[in-house]
Design a binder for this molecule. Structure first.
Ligand code: BGP
Length: 482
C-alpha cells in the first residue's frame, strides 16, 4: 500500500534569519557602544579579516559599521518580509546597543526603544520574533577589561543584559536563543567572535592563536549563562521557550575503514553532541572529562554550576546546517571548507564557490539523528547558500538559490514524514547581510537583494530576487509547491 508523504504541520514557522551586527549598521548611533564584530575589518575568500582592538577607520573598512543599514530601513525591510509571507523572523539584539560597555549600571533607553519599534512592526504583520540574545557581539569594552567569556564576571553582565531585554519584551517575544552557535568555541575560530578572546599574537580571524584553557572556560561560562538565562526567563514569563543553537557540522567517515569511523565519532562528539547534550540533557557527556585530562585542559568551575546546567535546560533544539564534511585518518586528501571546520572532500557532493559542500539528504539524516537523540521539538535556524548574485535591471535571477532551498525543503518534509517533530525553518537570510567569515557583501544569502558592495558603496535600495517569489509561494502553499 502506498503512503502519502506527510505535509508540513499547519502552524509551521516558515521564517528567515539575520543577526544584528550583520544588518544594523549605525554602530555608534543613539548611544550604542562598539562590540567585537565592529573590530573586524573586511576580508574576502582569500584575505582573512583582521581583528583590530584599536578601530582605525582610516586604515581599514569595517563592514558592520554600516552593514545594510537596517537601523534606518527596518520598516521597509519588515514590510518586505511580510510580503514574503514570513511567519517567524529570527533576529538578534545587540548587547552594546542596550549596554554600551556591556556592564553599565543602567540600560540605554534609546537602544531599547529601537527594538520596541522593531517588535511593533513585526506585530503589525503577525510575524513571530525569535530572538538570539548573543550573536557574536560581546561589547568591546569587556574584551579590554576582562578576558572575554573566559572571565566568570561576564556571566553576570550577560545575565543583566538578558534579564533587561526579557523583561522589556516579555509580552512581545516568546521564543529565545541564549547563544548563537555555542559550540563554535570547540574550535579555535570561535575564540574571537564567540568568546571575545584575543590571545597575544592573534591578528586575523581565520588564524587565531589558541589557548584551550581559556576557550573551554569561555564555553563553560556560556553554558552556565545559558542555564541561568533559561531559569530567569521562565520566572519572567513561564510561556517563554528557549532553544539551543548548534552549528551542526554533520560528519561522515570518508571510507568504511574502522579508523575513519572512529575518528568520525570522536569529531561528532566534540563538535556537535557535547554542546547539545549540555544544553538539552543538562550534563557534560562522559567523554569530555577524559578529553580535558588527555589534552591537559584546566578551567575553573563551581559545584553549583552543574546543578544550574541540569535545571536550566532548553526546550527545543535548534541548529544551523550549511554543509557536511568527511573525516579520515588518511593524509593528503582533497579538502573542503566550512563555517567552523572543514574536512575531506566528499566525492558525491558539489560545493559552493566558497567551497562549502551542498548536501540536502544530509539534512534529513541530521534531523533524524538529532530528534532520535534529544526527543524535543527541532528547528532549523540557519540554512542557505552564499553566492554571488548578478543584478541586472532591478532583477536577480538566483535559480541556484531556489534549487538549494527546494532540495533542502524536500528533505525536511521527508524528515517530517520519518516522524521528526520539526517546528520551524528560518533560512539564512531573510535579506542580504554582510558575511561573518569574510566580511563580504558579495557572499549573498538573502531573498531580498541589497544594492551595496564590499566597500559600502551603493544605493542600499532593496530588490526582490527570483527566490523571493519562489519562497513566497512555498510559504503560501505550506510547502506543497516547491
Ligand atoms: C553562521 C553564523 C552566521 C552566518 C552564517 C554564514 O556560522 O551564525 O552569522 O554568517 O554562518 O556564514 P558566512 O557569513 O561566513 O558565510
Amino acid at each position: 500500500m502506498e503512503h502519502e508523504i506527510r505535509s508540513f504541520p499547519e502552524n509551521f514557522f516558515w521564517g528567515g534569519a539575520t543577526a544584528a551586527n550583520q544588518i544594523e549598521g549605525a554602530w555608534l548611533e543613539d548611544g550604542k557602544g562598539p562590540n567585537i564584530a565592529d573590530a573586524m575589518a573586511a576580508g574576502s575568500h582569500t584575505t582573512p579579516r583582521k581583528i583590530t582592538l584599536d578601530i582605525d577607520e582610516n586604515k581599514y573598512y569595517y563592514p558592520s559599521h554600516k552593514a545594510i543599514d537596517f537601523y534606518h530601513h527596518y520598516k521597509e525591510d519588515i514590510k518586505l518580509m511580510a510580503e514574503l509571507g514570513l511567519k517567524m523572523y529570527r533576529m538578534s539584539i545587540s548587547w552594546a546597543r542596550i549596554f554600551p560597555n556591556g556592564c553599565d549600571a543602567e540600560p540605554n533607553e534609546e537602544g531599547l526603544k529601537f527594538y520596541d519599534s522593531v517588535f511593533e512592526e513585526l506585530k503589525k504583520y503577525g510575524i513571530e520574533p525569535l530572538v538570539t540574545i548573543y550573536h557574536n557581539e560581546l561589547p568591546l569594552y569587556l574584551v579590554n577589561q576582562t578576558s572575554g567569556w573566559a572571565d566568570r564576571k561576564v556571566i553576570d553582565y550577560y545575565l543583566n543584559f538578558a534579564s533587561t531585554i526579557m523583561k522589556r519584551y516579555k509580552d512581545v517575544v516568546k521564543y529565545w536563543i541564549p547563544f548563537n552557535e555555542i559550540n563554535d568555541l570547540t574550535t579555535s575560530v570561535g575564540n574571537w567572535n564567540h568568546g571575545g578572546i584575543k590571545n597575544p599574537g592573534t591578528e586575523d580571524f581565520s588564524n587565531q592563536v589558541d589557548d584551550p584553557n581559556k576557550r573551554f572556560a569561555a564555553l563553560h561560562n556560556q553554558f552556565v549563562a545559558s542555564a541561568k538565562c533559561v531559569i530567569e526567563g521562565k520566572k519572567i514569563n513561564p510561556d517563554f521557550r528557549f532553544g539551543t543553537m548548534i552549528c551542526h557540522i554533520t560528519v561522515y567517515p570518508l571510507t568504511p575503514n574502522p579508523d575513519d569511523i572512529l575518528a568520525t565519532q570522536k569529531e561528532d562528539q566534540l563538535r556537535n553532541r557535547f554542546s547539545g547534550d549540555v544544553q538539552i540533557k543538562g550534563v557534560y557527556p562522559y567523554y569530555m572529562a577524559r578529553y580535558f585530562e588527555k589534552n591537559d585542559i584546566h578551567f575553573e568551575t563551581e559545584d553549583a554550576d552543574f546543578d544550574l546546567l541540569k535545571e536550566g535546560v532548553c526546550d527545543f533544539y535548534s541548529f544551523s546546517y550549511y554543509m557536511t564534511n568527511c573525516i579520515t585518518t588518511q593524509k593528503n586528501v582533497e579538502e573542503v571548507s566550512g563555517n567552523i571546520m572543514g574536512g575531506a572532500k566528499n566525492p558525491y557532493l558539489k560545493a559552493t564557490e566558497w567551497n562549502w559542500q551542498i548536501d540536502p539528504v544530509g539534512l534529513r539524516y541530521t534531523l533524524n539523528h538529532i530528534y532520535d537523540r534529544y526527543n524535543v521539538p527541532v528547528m532549523i535556524t540557519e540554512n542557505g547558500i552564499g553566492a554571488r548574485d548578478r543584478f541586472e535591471d532591478g532583477k536577480i535571477h538566483d535559480d541556484y538559490r531556489i534549487s538549494y532551498f527546494r532540495e533542502h525543503i524536500e528533505q525536511m518534509r521527508l524528515a517530517i514524514d520519518d516522524g521528526v517533530d520539526l517546528i520551524g525553518y528560518t533560512p539564512w537570510t531573510a535579506i542580504d547581510v554582510i558575511s561573518c567569515s569574510t566580511g563580504e557583501m558579495a557572499k549573498r544569502y538573502g531573498f531580498i537583494y541589497v544594492d551595496a558592495d564590499d566597500n559600502g558603496n551603493g544605493t542600499y535600495n532593496r530588490y526582490r530576487k527570483d527566490s523571493f517569489y519562489w519562497y513566497q509561494n512555498v510559504i503560501k502553499t505550506n510547502g506543497e509547491e516547491l
